[in-house]
Design a protein around this ligand. Structure first.
Ligand code: MSP
Length: 513
């Protein structure tokens, strides 16, 4: 099937300077869920993630531990990959910026930019955040009473840097960039992000970007000048294309999912939109490469004590949640928790209540109640017949209506709203049960059959929609439903259970105490 539309979704590649936590897990879960959703919708959909292994911060970290940077990133890489394995995140591509292919591609790109006159040599004098690997002018930085400068968002202290550097001619592309982002409304997901980038960077005039460093050496050396290593962001952003084989011997995925691809989406935390919405498009434009479709910026997960930090002791390890709540429940929780772009609070209480009310009380209860009623009353299957009963017509309409709403919202990346539509359907089905009172119809098998068939169809719709985030749990539900496939286009085919025997099984979601 070569004519499927393609979808390529990426997470930022994470700095392995610390262990992953629920913030990193959050981004990866969102990307993975979107990948799965697009596959459900008939796309050929792929997801990439990885680790960002160069830069001054990593070098300093390794030094503190008395090991080489390579040993350090190798060790940390295992920790990241293990988390994705434990979270059952089956990504399609994995980037490590220390991979040979990636290194060669970045070096070659640098040479080309140099040859085409998009890079020039000068001296960088200004402020730098080692933690964020980000440059600032004094005006952009936050000056505190002690006279020192700080990163305006992360609050990390900035150091003065003065060194020879190569610069990317952003100024040459800023007119183009302005037009590009204002003419492509859907490129930047969020108006607030766009306005802030405009106010802070575009309106004052985009400065040329320092793209090499000479004061440390843990990075990709340029072919031309041995003492210059490529700025970690220029290195890292390119992972999105080197993951697909850009400039390698095998670039069929780059051709398929990027050059000829339909949708390319970068998911990023809101603090790194400057790199993705301004510099990345310029790097691509200067290298004659197609632009991604969308930069999707999300908010931060914070705890009731505020932002997670080691000193506050409130950093949450996703493993603890997997153990306590189950792996797919954890993924469901994060995928559905936040309106995209907004910050949100994580607490055990919120998690427990959400999982109980949605998965256990609403969906799980409907599944087991429906299958139990069928098994108690029918030895074989329940066949669909058209009905003129008002409540029957209404529940059929609702199955279709809430499925469509789920699709509409998912297509706008409103995952929280999309998932909520599933449970709205669940509520409608519970009211349908209350009104039709199947327990009073033991003797009226004809009517009972019609009600139960509609309930199975409703449960099938909910199961299919939830399968994008809980594929294994929904596989069990699918087996209980006795049906071969969970497909979006089968939802409005109400005949599909006509010769299928369902079988109630163990409850899928136990109540959490
Ligand atoms: N290495 C760069 C990205 C390079 S991409 C070309 C980087 N790495 S990072 O380790 O700092 O990870 C940043 C990303 O992790 C954020 O953009 C966000 O997606 C995710 N998160 C890290 N902490 C988070 C929260 N507390 N909440 C939500 N997301 C968080 O920046």
């Amino acid at each position: 099937m070569n004519n499927k539309k393609t979808y390529y979704v990426t997470t930022p590649i994470y700095y392995p300077s610390g262990n992953p936590h629920i913030g990193t897990a959050y981004t990866t879960i969102i990307a993975w869920t979107l990948r799965n959703y697009k596959n459900l919708m008939g796309y050929d959909s792929k997801m990439a993630t990885g680790t960002d292994e160069h830069g001054q911060k990593i070098q300093e970290k390794a030094k503190k531990q008395g090991i080489s940077p390579q040993e350090y990133v190798d060790k940390m890489n295992i920790i990241y990959k293990n988390l994705w394995k434990d979270l059952e995140i089956d990504f399609d591509f994995y980037s490590r910026t220390t991979n040979k292919n990636h290194i060669n591609a970045v070096k070659e790109q640098f040479s080309e930019l140099l040859k085409n006159g998009n890079i020039y040599k000068d001296k960088y004098e200004g402020l730098y955040s080692i933690s964020d690997e980000e440059f600032f002018t004094q005006k952009q930085a936050e000056k505190r009473e002690n006279g020192k400068f700080y990163h305006p968002v992360s609050g990390h202290e900035l150091v003065e840097v003065s060194e020879e550097s190569y610069f990317l001619k952003n100024s040459k592309f800023s007119k183009w960039l302005n037009e590009y982002i204002f003419n492509n409304e859907s490129f930047i997901s969020n108006k607030k992000v766009l306005n802030e980038l405009y106010k802070n960077f575009l309106e004052p005039g985009l400065k040329d970007l320092s793209i090499t460093r000479t004061s440390f050496d843990w990075g990709i050396k340029t072919n031309e000048y041995d003492s210059h290593v490529i700025y970690v962001w220029l290195d890292a952003l390119n992972n999105y294309i080197t993951a697909l084989g850009y400039k390698s011997n095998d670039d069929k995925n780059f051709k398929k999912y990027w050059e000829n691809g339909d949708e390319i989406v970068h998911i990023v935390g809101k603090e790194i939109t400057r790199f993705h919405c301004l510099y990345w498009p310029i790097i691509l434009k200067a290298s004659n490469i197609k632009q991604p479709t969308k930069i999707l910026a999300h908010g931060w997960l914070i705890t009731p004590e505020g932002k997670m930090s080691k000193s506050k002791g409130n950093v949450i390890d996703p493993h603890d949640l997997i153990q306590k709540y189950g792996v797919e429940e954890t993924k469901y929780f994060f995928a559905s928790l936040l309106p995209f772009g907004k910050d949100g609070i994580f607490s055990d209480e919120i998690m427990k209540n959400k999982l109980n009310s949605e998965l256990s009380n609403n969906y799980g209860n409907l599944l087991s109640r429906t299958l139990a009623m069928v098994n108690q009353n029918f030895d074989e299957f329940v066949v669909y017949k058209k009905s003129n009963e008002k409540i029957d017509i209404e529940i059929e309409k609702n199955i279709i209506k809430y499925t469509n709403k789920y699709i509409q919202n998912f297509d706008q990346n409103k995952l929280d709203v999309a998932f909520n539509e599933i449970f709205k359907l669940g509520k409608k089905m519970n009211s349908y049960i209350d009104e039709s009172k199947p327990w009073t119809l033991k003797k009226n098998k004809i009517r009972l059959e019609q009600i139960l068939n509609r309930l199975i169809n409703g449960v099938y719709a909910m199961t299919t929609m939830l399968s994008v985030v809980m594929p294994n749990k929904m596989k069990i539900a699918k087996e209980q439903l006795g049906i071969k496939e969970l497909k979006i286009e089968l939802i409005n085919d109400f005949d599909k259970f006509n010769n299928i025997k369902v079988k109630r099984g163990e409850p899928l979601f136990k109540r959490i105490k």
